[in-house]
Design a protein around this ligand. Sequence first.
Ligand code: FES
Length: 164
Amino acid sequence: MPSCSSPITNHNQLNLLAEEREIPKKLTEEEFGLLKEAGYSDKAIEFYMNEVNVGSIEKPDVAIAYTGPCGDMMKIYLKISKNDVIEDAKFYYLGCPSAASSGSAITKLIIGKTIEEAKRITEQDVLKELGGLPESKLHCPKLALTTLQKAIAKYEKDKGQQGV
Ligand code: FES
């Protein structure tokens, strides 16, 4: 298990973690009701259940993993065009359903946007896209946002070093 706030650099370790995730393919009515009761919106549940944009990108322009203060981890992969448009975005996570929903929401928000536009995305934008999370889970979009910000910073650093 990765230690808190330390990035995971071993890709095999991360893939193993992703494979070990146990996500139910279908919620029972009772389970769905419990999530709704807890404060998850239909959209947040749908993102979680359908694993929207969960996965990886072969030969990404940037990929970075981050473990947040809560101990949950996310890795974001971005495919970026020469003129800095995010053409594709995927993520892996090890964490709560809100981490999953937030990863889906943020990747949906950034696909088709420029790097500069993606930099302006806020936690509120992610929450708005989700349509509602339980009160105790309102911090979870920060995991996705911080991972995205780190990915963008790495992309810009790498690009700068290449002198592009
Ligand atoms: Fe860590 Fe939800 S508790 S992202």
